[in-house]
Design a protein around this ligand. Structure first.
Ligand code: HEC
Length: 128
């Protein structure tokens, strides 16, 4: 009986480590992929600069797959994936971190696009 408890405990600990490590892997976004000159010198518009990027995404994110970036991309993203509070640390936003995950999304956006998204978040993730 004691052995079973011990085994169970080990299993649980292993699982906790697994969950924690996958959570840490998600935070992969590095500010060095960003062109900070663009970010700090121009006003970034959601409709003119960010929304067009999503034409690359809607083949998959145009319906059931969250976030739905086709019909109302702003409300699909804010506040579920990015909030105005992320302006303090855009690299920590869920949205940018998804774009940098190795599971397929990383190559989908260019450095320029990531810079725009970074800047948009830094400027308050506005619906402008
Ligand atoms: C080929 C299909 C495909 C394309 C194109 C695609 N995605 Fe995804 N995306 C997925 C799938 C499937 C998931 C679910 C999680 C996973 O399997 O990685 C996902 C997950 C996400 C998530 C997290 C959703 C959640 O809550 O779990 C975000 C945010 C996201 N994608 C954004 C984007 C953006 C922005 C683009 C365009 C630059 C994009 N995706 C392009 C298939 C795609």
């Amino acid at each position: 009986m004691r052995r079973i408890k011990l085994l169970f405990g080990l299993l649980l600990a292993g699982f906790a480590v697994m969950v924690l490590s996958t959570r840490c892997e998600k935070v992969t976004f590095k500010e060095d992929v960003i062109d900070t000159t663009t970010v700090d010198t121009v006003v970034i518009s959601f409709s003119a600069d960010i929304k067009p990027i999503f034409s690359k995404c809607t083949s998959c994110h145009g319906g059931a797959q969250n976030p739905n970036l086709k019909t109302d991309p702003y409300n699909a993203l804010v506040p579920a994936y990015v909030t105005p509070a992320d302006s303090i640390n855009p690299a920590g936003s869920i949205f940018l971190n998804w774009l940098e995950t190795d599971g397929g999304h990383k190559p989908r956006t260019t450095t320029a696009e990531k810079s725009l998204i970074f800047g948009w978040i830094k400027q308050g993730a506005k619906n402008n």
